[in-house]
Design a protein around this ligand. Structure first.
Ligand code: 8ID
Ligand code: ZN
Ligand code: ZN
Length: 350
């Protein structure tokens, strides 16, 4: 019943495009599972990977995708805690060594031997994908595979970012890029965690509406605001700015701006990965206002389980549109133009 051939989206050279074609189905190694991917979210990272935006080479040819939700159809001899038919998720961290000092302390995204789905190993834009059993997300049986797919990167990442920001219930967080995939998730997680969110994005009335509907307390349009820093600070009740900023945008400018409006003793959490971008902040303000600037990178297995638990309790509802896997290249075009509100999900059956 497991076919020998399957449909996939394959990037054959850096810069793309992704080509919809048939490729062989692989067999899992002893510590791996083979997953019949039903749905996969499309993350901006997949576009960065195809375009060769980052100072880290991808494998080529490459099957992208790292928000894959599906069912286990085969497993290696060492896999004891997963059964055939279990719903599981392929996330960015496909596998790690489990032995280095980072893995030992549950910082497995920092593992020097990490395998990255849709980057250094083939990912979820195919009907049958391989993942290390230790790392596949265990998806609660009650979850719709189509709706849960975007949690597997976007959800985990923003949930972890909010934890890393050290904000507490009742405090304020600015979400930069709030109308996109990670941003929409961030508004919902922030709300579920008892935070007030200031959404920052721009370009369409649909994004503003969506952010407010998801629960943002305020919306600032970066394309029309004549003084973004003042507007963001004014959105907090005492005018002193948000306690944290989650930077999810795919542009350098907001990374330079965030320290201007973050509250004193607040944190600026960098998550978005615009190509060739640098951080710059005035030393004086950073010191005398005691600002923390840090990075946050996906999440570990515990963060994954927690992010999925929020979802399974019905607390996380993000707008998504589903198209066939065959239409992936169109999704990339819309993403490049910043037109996507929420997430696109691809259905691997068409
Ligand atoms: O672990 C990580 N750190 C991690 C995990 C997953 C994704 C990092 N990422 C990175 C991606 O590689 C990408 O660089 O996060 C970034 C955002 O991913 P996404 O949410 O999947 O992208 P999107 O759906 O295209 O949303 C981006 C939004 O940013 C807005 C756009 O309008 C869009 O809605 N935006 C831009 I571009 N410039 C902005 C600005 N100056 C802005 N919003 C506010 N201010
Ligand atoms: Zn991602
Ligand atoms: Zn390791």
């Amino acid at each position: 019943e497991i076919p020998t051939e399957q449909w996939a989206q394959v990037v054959e050279k850096s810069g793309g495009p992704a080509i919809y074609k048939k490729i062989p189905v692989q067999q899992p190694g002893p510590d791996e599972v083979l997953i019949n991917v039903k749905f996969s979210g499309v993350c901006h990272t997949d576009l960065h990977a195809m375009m060769g935006d980052w100072p880290l080479d991808t494998k080529l040819p490459l099957v992208g995708g790292h928000e894959g939700a599906g069912l286990v159809v085969a497993k290696g001899s060492l896999v004891k805690d997963i059964e055939l038919g279990d719903p599981v998720g392929i996330k960015w961290l496909n596998g790690s060594c489990l032995a280095c000092s980072f893995c030992q302390q549950a910082d497995e995204p920092l593992c020097p031997h990490a395998l990255l789905s849709g980057y250094t190993v083939d990912g979820s834009f195919q009907q049958y994908a391989i993942a290390k059993a230790a790392h596949v997300a265990r998806i609660p049986a009650s979850c719709s595979l189509e709706e849960v797919a975007p949690v597997l990167c976007a959800g985990i990442t923003v949930y972890k970012g909010l934890k890393e920001s050290n904000v507490r219930p009742g405090q304020w967080v600015a979400i930069v890029g709030a109308g996109g995939g990670l941003g929409s998730m961030a508004i919902q997680y922030a709300k579920a965690m008892g935070l007030h969110a200031i959404a920052i994005d721009g370009g369409s009335a649909e994004k503003a509406e969506s952010c407010k509907k998801l629960g943002a307390a305020a919306y600032v349009d970066f394309t029309t605001s004549s003084d973004l820093v003042t507007d963001v600070k004014a959105a907090t009740p005492d005018g002193l700015g948000p306690h944290a900023v989650l930077l999810l945008a795919v542009q350098e400018k907001p990374f330079q701006q965030a320290t201007e409006y973050v509250r004193s003793r607040g944190s600026v959490v960098c998550i978005g990965l615009p190509a060739k971008a640098y951080l710059k902040a005035p030393v004086f303000d950073t010191v005398v206002r005691m600002i923390t600037i840090k990075g946050s990178y996906v999440g570990n297995r515990q963060d994954t389980a927690e992010a999925l638990d929020f979802f399974s309790r019905g607390l996380i509802k993000v707008p998504f549109k589903t198209v066939g896997l065959s239409e992936l290249q169109n999704v990339y075009e819309m993403m490049r133009e910043g037109k996507i509100v929420g997430r696109y999900v691809v259905d691997t059956s068409r």
